[in-house]
Ligand binder design. Structure first.
Ligand code: PHE
Length: 452
């Protein structure tokens, strides 16, 4: 697609799979378990589930609908749909532009760790159930500035090659065929993890909530994760929606993606937490959690090294769909607003991420002490994007659709979209968009940022 000529998803099923490919990624395998672990477990999970159902799903419907109505990038969409004289709604698109770059700066680093772990798995370097030994391997990787940077650049380079050769559709198609395999591998991990001695404590950690642990900051993190997981609040779903066909059933697509994404996250949680307690890992270990515990579960199985390698290969593959969808936002803005060819826009975006990525990649080494609000660059980029920009984008989208653009037009269109939609479902979704999402996000955001 070059200079203003828009193509789109040719089938509704293809659009569903691409949306799913955006949602399912390192967020499920890496971020969800690490945040659940460091925020107290089950209580966090309850807030995350509520945020996903009551806020995430309706915002996803609203955001996707905006894109399909305007058929434009995340900035231009608001040029087209905002009432005259209210051009400032475009800020949503620009915030999305910024969020995409910030997220990619650390996401590409985590993807780099996954790539590195493919080789470590193959060499048998991580075949251990000993928390100390596992921590040494991970620590060595992330605290070495050279390898941190190289792995990040490998990820960005491969992404660039995929785009430059125009094979992203092909690669995504391959990725989708492999995803069921990742699902199966997660199921196997769950069974093994649950059969470990002491697994019960992990299950209790994950499913028996202690509400005393839910502070305003924890709530904001859970809300931010809900947005991050569903790729919401920054124009990704808007941009994908702009490629949807007219007859795509948006609420049904959103609901399916949400359920599938939740299932993968829960499976990852069930695969990890029983093992955390069984082997004596620290649940609050943070970003390193997955990289230490998953190999431990595989190590305790026959054929562990092979499965472990396969697991990291599949996780790397899963990250591709998410990465391409993150890039889609700035690339669409640069190509549609500034008339850049898509390839040029992609290379420019990757170059910006490469620059921004350097401090993030070095966060366990050279920039560890370069902090703002006590956060190193990696954590800062994560916090600003997930806990500030995405919820802020979400609230603005909900208010725009619920109160400014209005619901009459979307209601008419959605009612015509397919059998899964009862009027009740549409009415509920719109009630959530109009009232629940803005109020819930507003309260959680203000409390979480200690503005009150
Ligand atoms: N949802 C993706 C994941 O969980 C990450 C992502 C966030 C993708 C925001 C696009 C936009 O891995």
């Amino acid at each position: 697609m070059d200079r203003g000529v828009r193509d789109g998803f040719t089938t509704t099923f293809g659009a569903l799979l691409a949306t799913l490919g955006s949602a399912v990624g390192l967020g499920n395998i890496w971020k969800f378990p690490s945040l659940t672990g460091s925020n107290g477990g089950a209580g966090f999970l309850v807030v995350y589930l509520a945020a996903t159902l009551l806020v995430g799903l309706p915002v996803m419907i609203a955001e996707t609908m905006l894109g399909r109505t305007a058929r434009a990038d995340a900035v231009t969409t608001f040029d087209r749909l905002a009432p005259r004289g209210q051009g400032w709604w475009k800020i949503i698109g620009w915030m999305g532009f910024a969020a995409a770059l910030l997220i990619m700066a650390f996401y590409s680093e985590v993807a780099g760790w996954v790539y590195a772990y493919v080789f470590k798995a193959m060499m048998g370097e991580i075949a251990t159930t000993d928390p100390k030994a596992a921590a040494v391997v991970f620590g060595k990787l992330v605290s070495d500035p050279v390898s941190s940077l190289i792995w990040q650049w490998v990820v960005l380079g491969i992404t660039g090659v995929i785009i430059a050769f125009g094979v992203s559709k092909g690669i995504e198609a391959v990725a989708r065929k492999l995803m069921p395999l990742l699902f199966v591998l997660l199921l196997v991990l769950c069974v093994r993890s649950l059969s470990l001695e002491g697994a019960g404590r992990g299950l209790a950690f994950l499913f028996d909530p202690d509400f005393a642990k839910i502070t305003p900051a924890v709530m904001l993190t859970a809300l931010g994760l809900a947005f991050f997981k569903l790729s919401l609040g920054m124009g990704t779903m808007l941009t994908y929606g702009s490629y949807f066909r007219e007859d795509q059933n948006i609420p049904a697509t959103a609901a399916r993606v949400m359920f599938a994404d939740l299932s993968v996250s829960l499976l990852a949680g069930i695969a990890i937490f029983p093992a955390v307690f069984a082997f004596g890992f620290e649940p609050a270990a943070g970003p390193s959690l997955v990289f230490m515990t998953i190999p431990a579960v595989f190590t305790s199985m026959p054929g562990g090294v092979i499965f472990m390698t396969l697991f990291f290969v599949l996780t790397a593959v899963a990250s591709v769909g998410a990465i391409l969808s993150l890039l889609a936002v700035p690339v669409a803005i640069l190509s549609e607003r500034f008339g850049l060819a898509r390839k040029t826009a992609s290379i420019a975006t990757i170059a910006m991420i490469g620059l921004l990525g350097v401090p993030a990649a070095l966060s366990q080494s050279l920039t560890a002490k370069t902090t703002l609000f006590g956060l190193n660059p990696f954590d800062l980029f994560d916090f600003v994007s997930s806990n500030v920009l995405l919820p802020l984008g979400g609230i603005l989208i909900a208010v725009f659709v619920g109160w400014v653009y209005g619901l009459a037009e979307p209601e008419k269109r959605m009612a015509a979209e397919g059998p899964m939609l009862s009027r009740m479902a549409i009415k509920t979704a719109f009630f959530l968009v109009r009232w629940v999402a803005p109020l819930a996000i507003g309260i959680v955001l203000l409390n979480g940022l200690k503005v009150f």
